[in-house]
Design a protein around this ligand. Structure first.
Ligand code: AOF
Ligand code: ZN
Length: 372
């Protein structure tokens, strides 16, 4: 084995791996990037995890390595170092385990930045060491540590990762004074939203939305593939898997509602309006990723409790205005911030990505981490 790589080389490789990771889709799984370096510290292969249900970053990087070099001209794997933002997993989930794939490939050294917080997947570093791989935990990379803070917190707190969808007019309305709400955003936005439905485990709405809109809450993709969920084209679709349909709230819903009669996932009514109670109940059922689809009171309740891990904001180029009730049909209600300072302290977000969708624009936001 050669000399250990200098810390600056590892930091640079992790910078690259973090940038790659950000091209993935947030959700049930963390964002993960992997870079393979040769003995001269040159990058020979890279990979990142696109999202739950797709190969892990390490496997993508190993596949890229195998593709790049013909069998008879492959670098000695014992001299290669894999630098990865997250500890390689040790379990068979939807895929995996990465620890075994790395051992099978004969990689000599693995450097990882963050310990896997998921008890089901943890332990990869020990498995690698036991198989004779040199393993270092490089814990000081700020970018890698920040990458999945929200996902890690969700895992630690036994709750699903929470995505919130808001489709609104320029003036932040989700319906007009007469109650009409279909349609504010265009076809491309609605297709995209169906794609998001296809990658989550559950969709949550309030009884008010069911009574007002009578949604089917299924994932219906008119066009498949070519959707940008992360930074680049991400074509994975968990197509045949329909999300669980969850109604929260106590108002009775007729059995003739589309949520019960239209094809889709199982429908569950939880007689509570408390976001944490709903999330715990869903985690107990194995739900790892939920999409909150409104209405305004439900969305606001999740936002108010700091439970939105990411927001999909579909913004239409339309001014709706209001009737006599200025606050009617606002996309967000009842956050009760009394000052701008309080809003900045509790409800500040940062843009991860923005893309035009026909006449609309989709903005993906994540909570701004508290200043350190
Ligand atoms: C890795 N590399 O790129 C990712 C990891 O259901 P699975 O098979 O996709 O496993 C999901 C779990 O694996 C997830 O909760 C997290 O602990 C880990 N994610 N691990 O080695 C990756 N995405
Ligand atoms: Zn893995």
């Amino acid at each position: 084995m050669g000399q250990p790589l200098p810390a600056t080389v590892i930091d640079n490789a992790l910078n690259y791996a973090v940038a790659l990771a950000k091209q993935g889709t947030r959700g049930a799984n963390p964002l993960v990037g992997a870079v393979i370096l040769d003995a001269d510290a040159s990058t020979v292969a890279t990979g990142y995890h696109r999202g739950a249900g797709t190969p892990h970053a390490e496997v993508e990087a190993l596949n890229a390595l195998a593709t790049k070099f013909p069998d008879n001209d492959r670098p000695n794997p014992a001299e290669l170092t894999m630098v990865v933002t997250l500890e390689p997993c040790n379990h068979v989930g939807r895929t995996g385990p990465c620890s075994q794939a790395i051992i099978d490939a004969g990689i000599g050294t693995v450097i990882y930045a963050v310990i896997d917080p998921d008890p089901a997947a943890a332990g990869g570093a020990d498995t690698l060491r036991a198989a004779g791989v040199t393993v270092h935990h490089h814990s000081t990379h700020a970018g890698a540590n920040a990458l999945n803070e929200r996902w890690s917190a969700a895992k630690r707190n036994h709750r699903p990762f929470v995505s919130v969808k808001i489709a609104q007019s320029l003036d932040g309305k989700i319906a007009a004074a007469d109650g009409s709400s279909q349609w504010i955003t265009g076809d491309r936005s609605r297709d995209h939203a169906h794609h998001v439905r296809s990658i989550v485990d559950a969709i949550v709405v309030g009884t008010g939305t069911v009574l007002a809109d009578d949604p089917a809450l299924s994932a219906r993709l008119r066009t498949r593939g070519n959707y940008t969920l992360g930074g680049e084209q991400n074509t994975h679709v968990l197509a045949d898997q329909q999300p669980l349909r969850v109604i929260m709230g106590e108002r009775p819903i007729e059995t003739t509602a589309k949520i019960f009669t239209e094809p889709g996932g199982e429908t569950l009514q939880l007689n509570t309006r408390e976001p944490r109670t709903v999330l715990t109940a869903l985690a107990d059922r194995g739900v790892e990723h939920v999409l909150i689809e409104g209405g305004a009171h439900i969305t606001s309740a999740f936002l108010a409790e700091g439970l939105a891990d990411e927001i999909y904001l579909y913004q239409a180029p339309l001014l709706i205005g209001s009737g006599t009730d200025q606050a009617a049909h606002n996309s967000i209600r009842s956050l009760n911030n009394q000052s701008l300072q309080q809003a900045w302290d509790t409800q500040a977000y940062q843009i991860e990505d923005a893309q035009p969708l026909g006449p609309d624009i989709l903005i993906r936001l994540v909570p701004k981490p508290p200043a350190t």
